[in-house]
Design a protein. Structure first.
Length: 402
């Protein structure tokens, strides 16, 4: 049995943040009912990569990444009948999550206070750029936000890139994915709390807050010292970073004195350990211009695999810098069952990155249900969850309510 079996989640979701959260919950057994606009659906159904089959049918690879194991229903929320359908579903749901533009659902009569009147035990969660809780509203609360905007304003991009170059995006949607993870965590906490108190909960996750939590090292360094950390070279630890080898790069970190001694011996330079300018990690960082050429000369004699083997044999943490093709074929990833297959009606059999959460009582899955087609489960949900007749559902379709 999966831990969240029997939990029903309504998702008014778009793009990445809440879809990533609900996918995590779905992987653990929750029933996810994704509410989409008839004829259009989640905006995430549009971006590439676009996968095509022999019939010319298309599906967005972007959408496939975040929507496995879910049900899709289409409901026109601008129509009173559509709103009534959602309100009926709220009555039998445990959780309702959304990441629409702040205030959108509230204007429709589907804000937390409205939903709580329908179902006092419901757990209602919102992900937004800058938070929506009334008592914590700031000057940016009404702004729309995307990952790159949040990474910029939350300080992450300031830390990435060359010292004399522009701030860079890491090509990872930290501003979306991590808020989604934390929402899944908060939902789990709230479900546990409800078991003890019988009460529902409102969860407010601000992407900006999450970026502050991720950049806490730079922020607390300023709080403690008044110094602003910036992108470029690490100032507190050295050697640290990716060093060029004969055929690639290897990442290393040498922090403690005993690690420094082992490193000096491993690269055939034991005398470095006695030099006062390299006595501690911060001095080595300060004097990297003298130290790095020695390290680089040793590194470039060997392949990444050879460097890794030599440093690991010396008891030093290190690892080759890998690309997606190498990870796709990685024995470690396969051993951890981090690739799962899904049979998609358009793209055929696809491989997706699986859940990193492994539970001893639950075998790590190797298969998943692919992302749903738009409105694929509308009839199923309306009939099984709400008891609507086939005739009523057909009428709702004719009137473009679903």
């Amino acid at each position: 049995m999966k831990p969240l079996e029997g939990i029903r989640v309504l998702a008014c979701e778009t793009q990445v943040a809440v879809p990533f959260c609900t996918q995590m919950l779905a992987d653990m057994g929750a029933e996810i009912i994704k509410i989409e606009t008839p004829g259009r659906g989640d905006a995430a159904r549009e971006p590439g990569p676009i996968l095509k089959n022999a019939k010319g049918e298309k599906v967005s690879g972007y959408f496939l990444r975040f929507n496995r194991n879910k049900k899709s229903i289409t409901v026109n929320l601008k129509d009173p009948q559509g709103l009534e359908i959602v309100k009926d579903l709220i009555k039998s749901s445990d959780v309702m999550l959304e990441n629409l533009k702040p205030g959108t659902l509230k204007k429709m009569g589907l804000g937390y206070e409205d939903v709580k009147e329908i179902n006092p035990k419901i757990i209602y969660g919102s992900v937004s750029g800058f938070g929506q809780m009334e008592e914590l509203k700031g000057p940016y609360s009404e702004r729309p936000a995307y990952d790159i905007i949040i990474q910029a304003m939350g300080g992450l991009m300031h830390l990435i890139g060359a010292q004399d170059g522009p701030p860079l995006h890491p090509m990872i949607a930290f501003g979306d994915v991590v808020p989604g993870m934390l929402m899944a965590y908060a939902v789990s906490l709230s479900l546990y709390k409800r078991e003890k108190t019988g009460l529902g909960e409102y969860i407010d996750i601000a992407m900006f807050d999450v970026m502050m939590a991720l950049t806490e090292r730079a922020l607390t360094t300023y709080s403690f010292t008044g110094k602003v950390m910036s992108r470029g070279k690490e100032s507190l630890i050295h050697p640290w970073g990716a060093y060029k080898t004969k055929d690639g790069y290897v990442a290393i970190i040498v922090q403690e004195s005993k690690m420094w001694k082992r490193f000096c011996d491993a690269i055939g330079q034991p005398e470095l350990f006695e030099k006062p300018q390299f006595a501690d990690s911060m001095l080595r960082a300060k004097n990297r211009q003298e130290l790095d050429p020695i390290i680089e000369e040793w590194m470039t004699q060997y392949t990444s695999e050879e460097v890794t083997e030599k440093l690991l044999a010396a008891g030093l943490p290190c690892g080759p810098v890998r690309n997606s093709e190498q990870i796709y074929n990685c024995d470690q990833a396969n051993a951890r069952r981090m690739w799962i297959e899904a049979d998609d009606p358009v793209a055929s059999t696809i491989k997706l990155v699986g859940s990193p959460v492994k539970l001893g009582s639950m075998p790590a899955p190797t298969k998943a249900k692919s992302a749903p087609l738009l409105g694929e489960h509308t009839e199923e949900v309306l009939s099984s969850a709400l008891g609507y007749s086939k005739e009523k559902i057909e009428t709702l379709k004719d009137e473009k309510i679903v």
